[in-house]
Ligand binder design. Structure first.
Ligand code: TRP
Length: 462
């Protein structure tokens, strides 16, 4: 990220920006996290709640981040500092959020590499007992050297290498081919999974909408997941939009990115949940749906192993474009605001992220870290990994999003924001009055509710 406005690059095309923003948004959150949450929170009831949260709050916050970024043409922290220096500490909180997310993101990213290799070298072993294979990677049979150390290290190493060499550009160019491929593959696999014998129960579960199964927790989980999946609450979209020219229509960009990201999550949901019902592979632990359950789908297709390989390769790619966006935000802050040297910062950040992250995988099966967090009435932190997700999805990202909406709605002002969103009136924004209400009242109130509920309820549900 260039330091001065004159030197700053801009996205060469509209497609370049959409790909970068979608590349950040589409990741493990859509394919690894989303189906598990949909499964645990009542299927159809969760889907409806999730779509509602994205449509009302997600789009509102995303446009708010885009507007701040393009207005100031600065990275997230610089932008907030420019608009109001009093609040730059929020940037520090964003850095903490990024660190915590990366701790587990790189572990699961490493698992995707493990599975790429598994489908090349020992697909028969995976098929023989997909759950056992997955749990073995997590360490039920001994120290998980590959799952916790080797592959996460490779994933984090690649992310850091790309960041420190500043070659993220090349990655974005690759996105042009690989993202559409991921889209097509997901649709194909979804159709296959939904037509497996026994899958219709899963499809019914995902389509069954029973309002009585919706409760406060459904909203908490859906909103936290929406922020994570859309890459909101950490200033990533502020930074990306800071490279946009005034000619771009921020309003349609918001729509496109939200629709793309949500479609990928829905495809993944309708691929994995029917497969759970059809194959009976419910790994239960460590969000294993995207790993263990899918083996049942690949087994059932001619040439399935090739599809499996392609799937994990694309999942790996989706994950690395997201991890780059998180680490870039963190490193850019330390370099630009704290004057640290770029390569050193990347190395130190990676060492810390890796050292803490190991415990994410270890806590799934190997180490009995369940219960070392306090378990007071109403506040339970049973697994270290869940605790990290709880901190980021339920507290820190919502806090960042809350701040963003209050900032745009009340401090900077919706009139200024709408002016920027429409490029000084160049583009139509029919929903501007609705957006102003959402950004000033609805979004901050809803987000505040989930932060408070998160603090009081702990992580009794995820
Ligand atoms: N959205 C990504 C995913 O779904 C993860 C991610 C990338 C993210 N950048 C972020 C989450 C910034 C929160 C904030 O996998």
């Amino acid at each position: 990220m260039a330091a001065s406005i004159e030197n700053r690059g801009q996205f060469g095309s509209k497609l370049g920006f959409i790909l970068s923003a979608a590349g950040s948004a589409v990741g493990l959150g859509n394919i690894w996290k989303f189906p598990g949450k949909a499964y645990n929170c009542g299927g159809g009831a969760f889907l409806i709640t999730y779509i509602l949260m994205v449509a009302l709050i997600g789009t509102t916050v995303m446009l708010a981040e885009f507007v701040i970024g393009r207005k100031t043409q600065k990275n997230a922290i610089g932008a907030i500092r420019e608009l109001n220096a009093k609040y730059s500490w929020v940037g520090g909180l964003g850095i903490l959020t990024g660190f915590i997310i990366l701790c587990y993101y790189c572990q699961v990213g490493g698992w995707t590499i493990k599975y790429i290799i598994a489908y090349i070298t020992e697909s028969a072993t995976v098929y023989a007992d997909p759950t056992a294979y997955f749990l073995d990677m997590l360490g039920v049979n001994g120290f998980p050297l590959e799952g916790a150390i080797i592959y996460p290290l490779i994933f984090l190493g690649l992310t850091s290498f790309i960041i420190s060499r500043g070659v993220a550009d090349g990655i974005e160019k690759l996105s042009k081919f690989l993202m559409p491929l991921l889209f097509v593959l997901l649709i194909g696999l979804m159709i296959r999974a939904c037509t497996l014998p026994g899958a219709s129960e899963g499809v019914a579960y995902m389509l069954h909408f029973d309002p009585s199964t919706i409760n406060g927790n459904t909203f908490l989980v859906a909103l936290g997941q929406a922020f994570f999946s859309l890459s909101l609450g950490m200033g990533v979209m502020i930074t990306y939009a800071s490279y946009l020219s005034k000619d771009e229509n921020l309003i349609t960009n918001t729509g496109v990115v939200c629709v793309l990201d949500t479609s990928v999550a829905l495809f993944a949901g309708f691929m994995i949940i029917p497969a759970v019902f059809a194959t009976g592979i419910d790994p239960g632990m460590g969000g294993g749906f995207a790993f263990a359950t899918l083996a049942g789908v690949f087994m059932s297709i001619p040439g399935g192993t090739i599809f499996g390989l392609l799937f994990y390769a694309l999942l790996f790619f989706a994950a690395i474009t997201s991890s780059i966006s998180i680490l870039e935000g963190t490193v850019a802050y330390l370099v630009e605001e704290k004057g640290m040297e770029r390569k050193k910062t990347v190395v130190w950040a990676s060492i810390i992220i890796f050292a803490i992250g190991i415990f994410y995988t270890l806590s799934q099966a190997f180490l009995p870290i369940k219960g070392i967090w306090w378990s007071m009435e109403g506040l339970q932190f049973p697994i270290f990994g869940d605790f990290m997700e709880y901190l980021t999805d339920r507290l820190l990202l919502p806090f960042g999003a809350f701040f963003t909406t209050v900032f745009v709605g009340w401090i900077w002002g919706t009139d200024n924001a709408i002016k920027e969103a429409t490029s000084d009136g160049k583009y139509k924004f029919a929903l501007a009055p609705a957006w102003a209400i959402l950004v000033k009242f609805v979004a901050p109130a809803a987000i505040l509710c989930i932060i408070i509920a998160g603090l009081f309820l702990g992580m009794s549900i995820s």
